[in-house]
Design a protein around this ligand. Sequence first.
Ligand SMILES: Cc1cc2nc3c(=O)[nH]c(=O)nc-3n(C[C@H](O)[C@H](O)[C@H](O)COP(=O)(O)OP(=O)(O)OC[C@H]3O[C@@H](n4cnc5c(N)ncnc54)[C@H](O)[C@@H]3O)c2cc1C
Length: 477
Amino acid sequence: MERYDIVIVGAGTAGMPCAIEAVATGARVLVVEAEPQVGGTLHVSLGQMSGAGSELQRAHGIADSAEAHLADIERINRGTGRREILEVTLPRQGATIDWLMENGFDMDPACPAILHLHEAYREARTYWGVEGGVSVLKVTRPLFEAAMTRPNAELRLSTRATGLRIEDGRVRGLTLEGPEGASEVRTGAVVLATGGYGGNAKLFARMTGGRALYTAAMPGSDGSGIEMAEAAGAGLRGQDLFLPTYAGIPHEAGGNRIVWRQMPSLTPQVRQPWELHLATDGARFVREDDPSVDNREHALNGLSDMAFWCVFDDAVLAEAPPLLPGWTEEELSEAWARRDDFVSAPDIATLAARTGMDPSILGQSLCTYNRAVADGGPDRMGRTHLPRAIRGPGLRAIRMRGMVLKTPAGIDVDETLTVRRADGTPIEGLHAVGEAIGGSTLSGRGFISGMSVTPALTLGRWLGQRLGVAAMETTAE
Ligand SMILES: Cc1cc2nc3c(=O)[nH]c(=O)nc-3n(C[C@H](O)[C@H](O)[C@H](O)COP(=O)(O)OP(=O)(O)OC[C@H]3O[C@@H](n4cnc5c(N)ncnc54)[C@H](O)[C@@H]3O)c2cc1C
């Protein structure tokens, strides 16, 4: 049976940098990737990153520190992330940005910036490439491919890890399923860099109290690494820290996949709302122009179905900046003509009948809002942007959903990224990094700008280097 020092499962955002560093130490490394191509979620991710103390910040005269970054994160998520792991990644994230730049990263000239897609930092420490996640991939993939040409490295594509071999309390190997069938390899260390479970509705429901999944994650984010670790006795954490992203519309009526291009423009700092957001019974639940996306996400999380109707009328449609700027004319006319989540109606009673909203609650929501518009506001939710009444003729509603970009729960690890059993004891030789450790481990119950991609790169590199050095020391002994 073949033997490796380190087996890295998943050649995505975290797995590739992990492999690059592990191979550089001289350790014998195998990388297995379920898909026929490498890159994982970087193919669809916006690739926004964050890091304090980068050369780019210095060049812009921005004095920033890992401590300030940590304080900002804990302000936003109310201290619900894991500080002991944040303290490993944050002091290294500025260097990750520098490393990307040294290797030809195509940085957007607007960076570093303060962004409002997620709750805003107080300092300009968010960065992104001109092609989003693909810009990151354009740096990591060539470095990874070069590493894989080394004699101490091997890559198996279209090969899925299916189980872990644990003997005497530590990892000894794993089972694989590839083009040549099932096989087994021996190793002293396994890194689960398998990503999240935003492509697996069943696992999402189990991890999130039975909630339905609406997702922009890749189908390959199936949580198989998390399930594999769980079967080997690993503890899981973060099941109580879900927060939806506000908000998406499925690409197909009745489907659950959301395409980022088709995201509605709901960030007030980008486009102020002209519409009302009503729970599925017709009641107000949120201040649509709340500058805090965190507040809006928590309000949405309070709805058991995480669904709402975005209600407006023909006059708003004609006057307001586009609500769905990424949809083509053809897609929009098709949606209004055929989809049951794009509803138009001549009056309140018909709109209620077609959407399932309660006619009296819907009528009350519109009436109260329209009165606030006439009075000059703010309305009873505290909304101050009240551009015009919504009273028809021609009422419209689009159903929107709280959605998933990254999944909160994952494999419990200690601050060395060693996997722990449910009783807190380590499973020697078993490690996890990236979204497999749960998005909430670093972000808590919140969305923190750049705090998935950057830690995946940073901790991936850090772990690969440490495991490689340890393996080489063992060999030398
Ligand atoms: C639309 C979208 C936008 C996003 N935007 C941002 C953003 O701007 N900033 C940010 O910080 N985060 C963002 N995220 C989240 C972030 O991109 C991910 O959390 C991160 O890329 C995950 O990295 P990873 O290495 O953990 O997993 P991935 O990059 O998903 O890699 C996992 C790899 O493991 C492979 N794999 C899985 N199971 C197995 C198995 N059993 N055997 C072998 N291989 C396996 C998969 O095929 C995949 O290649 C976004 C996510 C989405 C969906």
